[in-house]
Design a protein around this ligand. Structure first.
Ligand code: DGJ
Length: 544
């Protein structure tokens, strides 16, 4: 009898794990409602992440000593490349050992993972494809440069290339499902990496020309018909300038030039990425996104990695790749607000998978999470020794403390502020109040007041009751005014607070010099903290 029970045990465990998987909601993006969220094991999850340098996940020995550092920086998620060349070194022979050890380490450190599929393209090139593919251009065609020479860039029209990518990606997702569906350590997947065409705006091969000279596919034109009034303005203008036609060839519909070449290429990249995404989702339906290299100002298509999921091509990507959940910007330029605003259109939910890892990144995390309600934030090369590490650790510490409040929407209004070079003041309307947020260095007694260059500072503000605000950040001064001019607003109390597992602990009462005798609340440059502020109002007019 005892022996029979032992024999039945594995089958029983399998049944139990299947039942548990069935009752366990998968990782999802809740898109409905005013506040989109990533749900992991059924609970909202805010990604306080960091992306590994490109080669770091190819050696577990290299990475092993760095995990505890990531944990000390209060990261809850690591963005980890999966290298196709190492995962499928020979056709149909898959090796998931690196992925498995990454998941194991993440679990040991109570962290989550976003997998980055370095598949057919990585920053425009095809350097991460397996050698058995790269060395067989007949089967896996490459793109020519402008002089006709072959480049290590797969053609988007390679049917066998797409089939191989889909197969490998599905194998990866199958493995993740089998090993991680219950624990949900892997919470999102990036499909390819910074897809983009260089150094021409589109492929210039004979086969590409043939497709370019044929009619624009109905899929794209139907999208125009159905979404005419919500196309992003710069794209709509281009289409309307050429006559807003609903049939014809690429040059007929968009006019001749590199911008049209880019639209053509974007459509085909989007279709390809959509197929890869669908192949993965059919096996294990995780949230999936694509990322884009942002162009430098004044550059034309072909001079930057073109045709990726860029803001001016959002419609093309959304039409061509409906299986993709998010289009995400990678930031290596300072215009954070400008680009985030462009990505927060057309219902796109913001997630920043790459942010230049410098001292300013810490302030940007507050802004992007507070203002855009982003799913998460992640500086690049997170394991490197960096001047940004300590500031980021301090920001993530505060955001981690506030996470239950942020994700359970225990706020009436939430905002983020970024005080960078051109912006030293932000005015916010929250409930009945106007908040004026200025850089700490605007105070003559700030440590940076006399410096010619001020640090980038920022914060997050949650209005938790009509007269109550929780402010967290660094290098900020916040004043509160009543929008009803018949009343004056003053600070009833400002307390330093911290939150451990959602439980509030009070620190100092911030009065006197700390709140400039009741005039404002302040976090000096170089200080990070959370303050809870209660306001009171009195009539503006004095009757006596
Ligand atoms: C953006 C890419 O997506 C990353 O993989 C990396 O190459 C960085 N650029 C820059 O190092």
């Amino acid at each position: 009898m005892k022996q029979r029970i032992v024999c039945l045990l594995p089958a029983l465990l399998l049944v139990l794990s299947t039942i548990s998987a069935q009752h366990n909601p998968g990782v999802q993006i809740k898109k409905s409602g005013e506040y989109p969220q990533l749900l992991v094991n059924g609970k909202p999850f805010l990604i306080l992440g960091g992306e590994l340098g490109n080669s770091s996940a190819s050696s577990m020995e290299y990475l092993k000593p760095r995990w505890s550092h990531l944990k000390e920086m209060h990261l809850n998620t690591v963005l980890v490349p999966v290298y196709w060349e190492l995962m499928e070194p020979e056709e149909n022979r898959f090796d998931f050992s690196l992925v498995d050890s990454m998941i194991g380490e993440a679990r040991n450190h109570d962290m989550k993972i976003v997998l980055l599929w370095f598949g057919s393209w990585k920053n425009s090139m095809s350097c991460y494809a397996p050698l058995w593919m790269k060395a067989n251009p007949k089967r896996f065609p490459r793109t020519p440069d402008s002089s006709g020479r072959s480049q290590e860039i797969f053609s988007v029209f390679g049917k066998e290339t797409l089939a191989a990518d889909k197969k490998a990606f599905a194998a990866l997702l199958r493995h993740i499902k089998a090993t991680d569906e219950i624990k949900q350590t892997v919470v999102m997947v990036q499909v390819e990496n910074e897809i983009g065409m260089l150094p021409t705006a589109r492929e210039m091969s004979a086969s590409a020309d043939k497709i370019f000279n044929a009619n624009v596919p109905a899929g794209l034109l139907d999208y125009f018909k159905e979404n005419k009034n919500r196309l992003v303005p710069e794209f709509r203008q281009k289409w309307e300038a050429a006559g807003a036609k609903l049939s014809g060839k690429w040059n007929d519909i968009f006019g001749e030039g590199v911008a049209t070449d880019e639209i053509f290429q974007a459509w085909h990249y989007a279709r390809y990425a959509n197929e890869v995404t669908l192949a993965g989702k059919a096996v294990y339906d995780l949230p999936m996104y694509v990322n884009a290299a942002l162009p430098r100002p004044g550059k034309l298509p072909g001079q930057y990695p073109s045709a990726g999921p860029l803001p001016h091509l959002m419609d093309v990507w959304q039409a061509g790749a409906p299986a993709i959940d998010l289009l995400s910007p990678d930031f290596y330029n300072p215009d954070t607000k400008y680009w985030c605003d462009l990505y927060a259109r057309n219902g796109n939910i913001l997630f920043v998978p790459e942010m230049q890892f410098d001292k300013a990144a810490a302030a940007k995390a507050f802004f992007i999470i507070g203002h855009y309600k982003a799913l998460g934030f992640s500086p690049f090369s997170i394991e490197s020794d960096n001047s940004g590490s300590l500031p980021l650790a301090k920001t993530y510490d505060l955001l981690q403390q506030l996470t239950p409040m942020i994700t359970n929407k225990q706020w009436l209004n939430m905002e983020g502020v970024l005080l960078d070079k051109p912006n030293k003041k932000t005015v916010l309307k929250m409930g009945q109040y106007q908040l004026v947020v200025t850089h700490d260095a605007t105070l003559s007694w700030s440590p940076e007041a006399k410096d010619s260059v001020w640090s980038t500072t920022g914060g997050i503000i949650l209005q938790t009751a009509p007269d109550e605000f929780i402010v967290a950040g660094t290098g900020l001064v916040v004043t509160f005014e009543n929008t009803d001019k018949d009343f004056v607003t003053n600070i009833a109390k400002a307390d330093e607070v911290s939150y451990i597992n959602g439980t509030e602990t009070k620190g100092r009462r911030m009065n006197g010099d700390q709140d400039h005798q009741g005039r404002h609340i302040r976090f000096a440059v170089g200080d990070w903290g959370i303050q809870k502020v209660t306001l009171y109002n009195s009539p503006a007019k004095i009757d006596n």
